[in-house]
Design a protein. Structure first.
Length: 250
């Protein structure tokens, strides 16, 4: 092998090693910076776009999404600080995470409850979840989440019913979704619709925080029924529902 060819191979090897080192170094720096989740990144209110984050990650998009997810969990879980900024970075975080990894399904669930509820921006949650539906056209769960967000936080029963019907088309979707769409489109009292929605969440396998929120909402709703109705039958049903939720009436 000629000396010139050996020189070329050596240069290529050095370039490859340099590229690998640069990747590891940049990801190490990113991981280190994201550990301080309440640092200048959040205090400034700035997060990179998914496009800029991809440039920094040099091809490790899913790993970048995981790192930002950990930062988001720390941010969202700091309730004392979130009382000061009203969860303002929930939407930017989740848009960034799902932009890096559009198939990160759990992140879309938090769009409904962290963005739609905590941040009080169901419109932003709907935008992110819609992008998820486009990226995951064979997943029933995303239109279901979009329906929850539209109903519980967007207060749009018609839009929620459309999302539920979209989800119900999939064979693996729960059989009750189509029925829930019918209920939302019916003229029965809104409180019954809301109880059924929260009850479905409470009995699901969703994260504990979400189920706890569902329980809180169910207690409020059943107490409202119990205190407002004059029917002994409905009052007895409300009492039993509260007992099942481990709530003691005075």
């Amino acid at each position: 092998m000629s000396s010139s060819r050996l020189s070329c191979l050596a240069l290529l090897l050095l370039a490859l090693l340099g590229s690998m080192w640069a990747r590891e170094r940049s990801l190490s720096c990113l991981a280190s910076s994201l550990k301080t989740t309440d640092s200048a990144l959040e205090s400034s209110g700035l997060l990179p776009s998914a496009r800029h984050a991809r440039l920094l990650g040099l091809g490790y998009d899913q790993l970048m999404a995981d790192l930002y997810w950990l930062a988001f969990v720390g941010y969202e879980g700091d309730t004392l600080s979130r009382g000061k900024d009203n969860y303002a970075l929930c939407a930017p975080y989740l848009e960034l995470i799902t932009g890096l990894d559009p198939h990160f399904i759990q992140a879309y669930w938090f769009c409904a409850f962290s963005v739609g509820a905590d941040q009080k921006r169901p419109d932003l949650a709907d935008k992110i979840i819609k992008a998820g539906i486009e990226a995951n056209p064979d997943n029933w769960y995303l239109p279901y989440i979009a329906g929850l967000n539209a109903y519980l936080y967007g207060h749009d029963e018609t839009k929620a019913a459309k999302y539920y019907r979209l989800a119900a088309r999939f064979p693996e979707a729960p059989h009750w979704l189509a029925g829930q769409a019918n209920i939302l489109e019916s003229r029965i009292p809104s409180i019954i619709k809301e109880i059924r929605t929260w009850d479905g969440i409470y009995r699901s396998n969703e994260p504990e925080k979400v189920r706890n929120r569902a329980r809180e909402q169910l207690v409020k709703l059943w107490l409202k029924v119990f205190n407002s109705t004059k029917s002994k039958e409905i009052k007895a049903r409300a009492r039993q529902a509260l007992i099942d939720l481990d709530y003691e009436l005075n």
